[in-house]
Ligand binder design. Structure first.
Ligand code: KDO
Length: 336
């Protein structure tokens, strides 16, 4: 009798355990997967902050799955991938958005944003609402937060004794790699250079082999992607205080509960803030590091660059797409 009871108890426990594991498997399957694709490296501060802040914050209901170095989706195709349901997240640029909505070029224009703080004020201002709404309605993509990439500068293979970049005229004939959309290429031309479109993942080799004369990116990127190993100088043109937006699939967003949506939104803002602070600190520190690596780093005639770049946009097809009053509103949110 005793033995039968024990056998029954064992069977019962085994059955309960099986039920438990079936339940937890079902629960685990209920978690959504949030794949993010970016050309950035895994040590880029935007990647780090998303992985250390965003991922853990949503872990109760989502598996955050980042793919770096454009290994899942090619640079520039991420928005289409989200729109067609093949991707859940990306770190997109205003230049990429401008390929769908030309008015986004205003946020990709040289010398418009003044600082990381200015970017945040602009992103949170009601002036952004129609921009965000259009991306959501027409592309099925939500822009959750603005990430700081940094001040872009001109970084060349030549020593300063061969090419000294003080004004836009000094960039004449310089084959400058810029990312591959029209808004980027226009900025390269506006700077006075000969822009060459190329994917980010190809830049190191192109600098090494001399198929381009230089590239433009913020100092943290020059260090993170080791461009300093294959370049000799940086002219601190600050021609674009560059940003990326955390882009999120609207379809996935709509499948979340209001509580989960609030968690995702907060997690994106917290990750953006953490990344911003880390990137700002790196920008401060890295001049010394780069000089130790033998690079010449100097400030050009910023007024000459600003005036030249701004003059190129006046009357351009890009400026024509900007909704009336938005540039003034952006300027009014500036630092001084
Ligand atoms: C680049 O291709 O130079 C660029 O800096 C453009 C940015 O918009 C962004 O896509 C970035 O690359 C990648 O995230 C790699 O850092």
């Amino acid at each position: 009798m005793q033995r039968v009871l024990t056998q029954r108890a064992v069977l019962l426990i085994a059955a309960l355990m099986l039920l438990g594991s079936v339940f937890s498997a079902a629960f685990a399957q209920d978690k959504i997967t949030l794949r993010l694709s970016t050309p950035a490296t895994e040590t880029d501060q935007r990647s780090v902050s998303l992985e250390t802040v965003f991922g853990p914050a949503v872990a109760d209901f989502a598996n955050y799955e980042p793919h770096y170095n454009a290994s899942l989706v090619a640079q520039g195709s991420e928005l289409e991938a989200i729109a067609s349901g093949d991707l859940e997240m990306s770190i997109t640029s205003a230049q990429e958005l401008a390929t769908f909505f030309p008015e986004f070029s205003i946020f990709a224009t040289g010398y418009v944003h003044q600082s990381a703080e200015h970017q945040v004020r602009v992103f949170n201002d009601p002036l952004m609402d129609p921009f965000k709404q259009k991306v959501e309605d027409e592309l099925g993509v939500k822009l959750l937060a603005v990430m700081y990439l940094g001040r872009r500068h001109v970084n060349l293979r030549f020593p300063r004794s061969e090419k000294n970049i003080m004004t836009p005229e000094d960039l004449a004939g310089v084959n400058l790699r810029m990312p591959g959309t029209d808004a980027w290429q226009f900025l390269g031309k506006a700077l006075g250079a000969n822009p060459t479109p190329m994917a980010f993942t190809e830049v190191y080799t192109a600098l090494q082999t001399g198929s381009v004369d230089g590239q433009d990116n913020p100092l943290p990127t020059v260090v993170d992607s080791k461009f300093y190993e294959v370049t000799k100088q940086i002219s601190l043109t600050s021609h674009l205080v560059d940003l990326n937006y955390i882009a999120f699939s609207k379809e996935v967003w709509d499948s979340l509960s209001p509580e989960q949506q609030a968690i995702v939104q907060q997690a994106a803002e917290d990750a953006a803030e953490a990344g911003r602070q880390a990137q700002l600190q790196k920008e401060e520190e890295l001049v010394a590091f780069l000089e130790e690596q033998g690079l010449e780093i100097y400030e050009p005639d910023l007024k000459a660059f600003r005036e030249h770049v701004q003059a190129q946009y006046v009357g351009s097809e890009f400026a024509e797409s900007w909704p009336e009053g938005v540039l003034d509103a952006i300027n009014a949110l500036g630092d001084n």
